[in-house]
Design a protein around this ligand. Structure first.
Ligand SMILES: NC(=O)c1ccc[n+]([C@@H]2O[C@H](COP(=O)([O-])OP(=O)(O)OC[C@H]3O[C@@H](n4cnc5c(N)ncnc54)[C@H](O)[C@@H]3O)[C@@H](O)[C@H]2O)c1
Length: 255
């Protein structure tokens, strides 16, 4: 399949999990991809294993780094048609009343400011090529509260606010902006959350089984399943779809 040939897409947090799966999906459809992440995040493995990807170390909380991302995309592809704001952290797993203050700033910086900076920096390039698309990664925790994940939940609600506002503002320029809201997905982040839940000394597998009971389809999602939705939202198959926050959650939020 090469229906995205000639399209250039920037993916943040691309070193693993959903970001890396998205890079693989887009490359398989013929897109050009600039994969960005922190220096510690395994971009060299992405480069080795997905040779067609252009990789760049960049922190989403740094406007200087976003400037480098824009220049790297210009140099490599001469255009940007898509942006996937995927980088994010779970932060502390603790009740709000005990939440470490410095971690509040860190979670909001990465999960909210990082998304805003990405859209601010790249919108001229998205507009210039006549109708780009942005996909921001929210969460089911952006659609309702999440016990022991209050700041993460607040940040993911904010991602939906940014998405809907940007969709209204950029529609006249032909740019679509959507959010996806995954339930638990098999990545490093869920392993960290399982470790943080620590109910009655349960091990990870037991926590996964317990969490999966709240997902009607009965299991966590796979990163590739989220990547399929992201690819749809970046493609011409969704040209009238903008300003949406779409759950991909095995019916978890259907009740
Ligand atoms: N895994 C899940 O269950 C789940 C569910 C809902 C939403 N999400 C969201 O999906 C996105 C991807 O998460 P994942 O599950 O693949 O986990 P992950 O931890 O594997 O991926 C997150 C990536 O973001 C990167 N990152 C963190 N801080 C960064 C920064 N300052 N600058 C640049 N990159 C940074 C990390 O290095 C990492 O590669 C996140 O936004 C997460 O909140 C995940």
């Amino acid at each position: 399949m090469s229906d995205m040939q000639g399209r250039a897409v920037v993916v943040t947090g691309a070193g693993g999990g959903i970001g890396r799966a998205t890079v693989e999906h887009l490359l398989a459809r013929g897109a050009d991809v600039l994969a960005t992440d922190l220096p510690s995040a395994g971009l060299s493995a992405v480069q080795d294993e997905l040779e067609a990807a252009v990789v760049l170390e960049a922190d989403v909380t740094s406007l200087d780094d976003w400037g480098r991302v824009a220049r790297a995309a210009e140099a490599a592809f001469g255009r940007v048609d898509g942006l996937v704001n995927n980088a994010g952290i779970e932060g502390a797993i603790t009740p709000l009343v005990e939440y470490p203050t410095e971690m509040i700033d860190r979670v909001l910086d990465i999960n909210v400011k990082g998304v805003a900076y990405g859209m601010q920096t790249l919108h001229p390039m998205l507009i210039a090529d006549g109708g780009g698309a942005v996909v921001n990664i929210s969460s089911v925790a952006g659609l309702g509260g999440a016990r022991n994940l209050s700041i993460y939940s607040a940040s993911k609600h904010a991602v939906i606010g940014l998405t809907k506002s940007a969709a209204l503002e950029l529609a006249e320029h032909g740019v679509r902006v959507n959010a996806v809201c995954p339930s638990p997905i098999q990545t490093r982040m869920m392993r960290a959350l399982e470790d943080g839940i620590k109910i009655d000394g349960l091990d990870r597998d037991a926590v996964e089984a317990m969490v999966s009971q709240n997902i009607p389809i009965g299991r966590y999602g796979e990163p590739s399943e989220v990547a399929d939705l992201i690819g749809f939202l970046l493609s011409d198959a969704s040209v009238f779809l903008s300003g949406a926050a779409i759950p991909i959650d095995g019916a978890m939020t259907a009740r």
